[in-house]
Write a protein that binds this ligand. Structure first.
Ligand SMILES: Cc1cc2nc3c(=O)[nH]c(=O)nc-3n(C[C@H](O)[C@H](O)[C@H](O)COP(=O)(O)O)c2cc1C
Length: 198
């Protein structure tokens, strides 16, 4: 049993999203579940070109690191949960994460391979109210279209997942409430994954 965290920041260093995501993954591990973080900044991923090949062959025909590396990682049957994490860019997810998500249509077309995986979402904006919840809902839609089981952050914060403020005074490290939502998200994803798959 494994939970994957996908960090949608394009930054190769100093990502605030990664700080929040790591906080969440620590709490997944509290349940004895293995975790892995995929930083999409480490991969070159093209957008979907709508060629339709995946409907016929079950594989993506674009020859890049999605096909050569991430397809196997994301399709691994041991993965029972996914946390999608992104900075807010103009009130939505980053283009890099969107490219990855669109390419993941292949898993839907292979017979809903992500169905019933547990999903949680985490977003971080530079502004306190910069579109975090809107972006969270976009990621929720992604998860639902795969037939995933979307969970919130655990109580007592319990709303839309991890919601963080990147330019908090003193940095995201001082966004105590935001980091608590991230931790509670990880805890809930771990809890429900274990309940569904133990
Ligand atoms: C192109 C661009 C667009 C952004 N748009 C928003 C926005 O709409 N709302 C917001 O709160 N922050 C916005 N930000 C700020 C980032 O969301 C914020 O700095 C975040 O913490 C970056 O995460 P990272 O350090 O993991 O890359 C934007 C940043 C960039 C580069």
């Amino acid at each position: 049993m494994k939970v994957i965290g996908i960090c949608g920041s394009p930054k190769t260093e100093g990502s605030t999203t990664l700080i929040g995501l790591k906080k969440a993954m620590e709490q997944v591990e509290v349940h004895g579940i293995e975790t892995e973080i995929i930083e999409i900044s480490k991969y070159n991923i093209s957008g979907c070109d709508a060629c339709g090949d995946c409907s016929k062959t079950g594989y993506c025909s674009i020859n890049d690191e999605f096909s050569s590396v991430l397809f196997d990682k994301l399709g691994d049957k041991e993965v029972k949960g996914v946390i999608f994490a992104t900075p807010v860019y103009f009130g939505g997810m980053t283009s890099q994460l969107k490219a990855l998500i669109d390419r993941c249509v292949v898993f839907r077309r292979r017979g809903f391979e992500w169905e019933n995986r547990v999903a949680g979402v985490l977003t971080i904006g530079g502004s306190r109210n910069g579109g975090q919840e809107l972006t969270a809902m976009d990621l929720v839609a992604t998860a639902m279209i795969h037939g995933m089981v979307v969970v919130p952050d655990a109580s007592p914060t319990s709303h839309f997942g991890g919601i963080l403020h990147g330019r908090h005074q003193g940095g995201v490290e001082n966004d105590e409430i935001g980091l608590q939502t991230a931790a509670n998200l990880g805890f809930k994803v771990g809890e429900i994954t274990k309940k569904l798959y133990s």
